[in-house]
Design a protein around this ligand. Structure first.
Ligand code: HEM
Ligand SMILES: *[C@@H]1O[C@H](CO)[C@@H](O)[C@H](O)[C@H]1NC(C)=O
Ligand SMILES: *[C@@H]1O[C@H](CO)[C@@H](O)[C@H](O)[C@H]1NC(C)=O
Ligand SMILES: *[C@@H]1O[C@H](CO)[C@@H](O)[C@H](O)[C@H]1NC(C)=O
Ligand SMILES: *[C@@H]1O[C@H](CO)[C@@H](O)[C@H](O)[C@H]1NC(C)=O
Ligand SMILES: *[C@@H]1O[C@H](CO)[C@@H](O)[C@H](O)[C@H]1NC(C)=O
Length: 321
């Protein structure tokens, strides 16, 4: 912006500043050592709890990763954890979350353990971010340092959860746009989609692809039809990565090369378009995927972290203090 232009609009700047102050939206500056003195054992405590949860049920690692993604697309502020009440509507009933997002009980367990060592210090949003990283590591994936210091929201936005989270029916261009709206490049979108190397999806999310598309391996489709009939069985589950469903690896991308993406949105990444070469590269180079995924996760964890007086460290992750 030129100095001339800057000088032309002082009053508009003041109005904008006034609006920001009125609703007190302040973004946190995250730090790798945020709890170093206030809760030095927080990281090992979360890691042990995540390991136990994943050892009990490997899918939980996938569920905790997705919980962080779905929280962060509305700002990494634990708004997704808030329960509905008679006078409050949270995000749990949003289309992409309802009957789908899970891991709330594990977060509650971790939160109570963390509260017992450092009461009132560690936010639910930070616990979700660390649990996502520890989940990926527990299933054999890359590690990364999680910057910390997010605060928890006192509000939630159901509309935003419904409009901003990408649907499995999206084509490549729409996937790129959905992630660009949150500041990600197309390459980062492809890397993050590699989260589908673990976890499961309901029949209702891939039925249209299964019965209407040609870009699906015939024997893969035949086996899926046993769990996902053309009608009924909506909640029947199938692994997103048919080959190595409980290992965080690059095989998701090799599946795409073989027309074995489960969701329409998965196969769109390898469909003759601009993402093909990156999918091929990740399928050949596990390190390239691991490095890009870890970097993109740090970036995702930085989406609008809260600070200031309109935010708090919740005592119970399910409700505002
Ligand atoms: C690119 C756009 C994306 C779309 C359209 C999408 C869509 C979906 C859908 C439809 C499911 C199945 C939900 C159900 O049946 O209940 C799912 C599961 C999952 N997603 Fe995504 N997703 C996307 C990106 C991501 C990202 C960026 C991550 C994490 C980095 C992620 C991680 C997961 C995981 C781990 C599961 C399995 C969860 C479980 O088993 O509990 N997804 N996704
Ligand atoms: C272990 O996983 C099962 C689902 O497989 C779940 O019902 C149970 O609550 C879990 N137990 C613990 C202690 O997390
Ligand atoms: C909202 O409902 C909760 C109980 O769910 C109650 O404790 C609280 O006082 C109510 N707040 C208002 C403003 O009505
Ligand atoms: C909720 O999200 C929608 C869609 O992004 C946005 O238009 C609206 O302003 C948000 N509401 C609040 C109270 O922030
Ligand atoms: C759900 O899948 C199971 C196999 O995993 C299958 O036996 C069952 O018939 C399916 N449900 C429906 C309604 O098709
Ligand atoms: C794999 O990717 C890594 C990280 O981008 C890169 O350093 C390495 O040279 C690649 N290996 C091959 C064989 O291309």
């Amino acid at each position: 912006m030129s100095p001339m232009r800057r000088l032309s609009y002082p009053s508009l700047n003041l109005v904008l500043l006034g609006c920001l102050l009125a609703v007190q939206i302040v973004f946190a500056q995250l730090s790798d050592s945020y709890y170093a003195t206030t809760c030095p054992n927080v990281l090992p405590t979360i890691q042990a709890a995540v390991r136990a949860a994943v050892a009990n049920e490997s899918r939980m690692g996938a569920s905790l990763l997705r919980l962080h993604f779905h929280d962060c697309f509305g700002g990494c502020d634990a708004s997704i954890l808030l329960d509905d009440t008679a006078n409050f509507t949270g995000e749990k009933t949003a289309g992409p979350n309802a009957n789908s997002v899970r891991g709330f009980d594990v977060i509650d367990t971790i939160k109570s353990q963390v509260e017992s060592i450092c009461p009132g210090i560690v936010s639910c949003a930070d616990i979700v971010a660390v649990a996502a990283r520890d989940s990926v590591v527990a299933l054999g994936g890359p590690s990364w340092v999680v910057p910390l210091g997010r605060k928890d929201s006192t509000t939630a936005n159901l509309t935003a959860a419904n409009t901003d989270l990408p649907a499995p029916s999206l084509n490549l261009a729409a996937l790129i746009t959905a992630f660009a709206n949150k500041g990600f490049t197309a390459n980062e979108m492809v890397a993050l989609s590699g989260g589908h190397t673990i976890g499961q999806a309901r029949c209702t999310t891939f039925r249209a692809r299964l019965y209407n598309e040609n870009s699906i391996d015939a024997s893969f489709a035949a086996s899926l039809k046993a769990t996902c009939p053309s009608s009924g069985g909506d909640n029947n589950l199938t692994s997103l990565d048919v080959t190595t469903p409980t290992t965080f690896d690059n095989v998701y991308f090799a599946n795409l090369l073989n027309q074995k993406g489960l969701l329409h949105s998965d196969q769109q990444l390898f469909s003759g378009g601009s993402a093909d070469s990156q999918v091929r590269s990740y399928s050949n180079n596990a390190t390239a995927f691991a490095v890009d995924f870890a970097n993109a996760m740090v970036k995702m964890g930085n989406l609008s972290p809260l600070a200031g007086t309109s935010s708090q460290v919740r005592t119970n992750c399910r409700k505002v203090n």
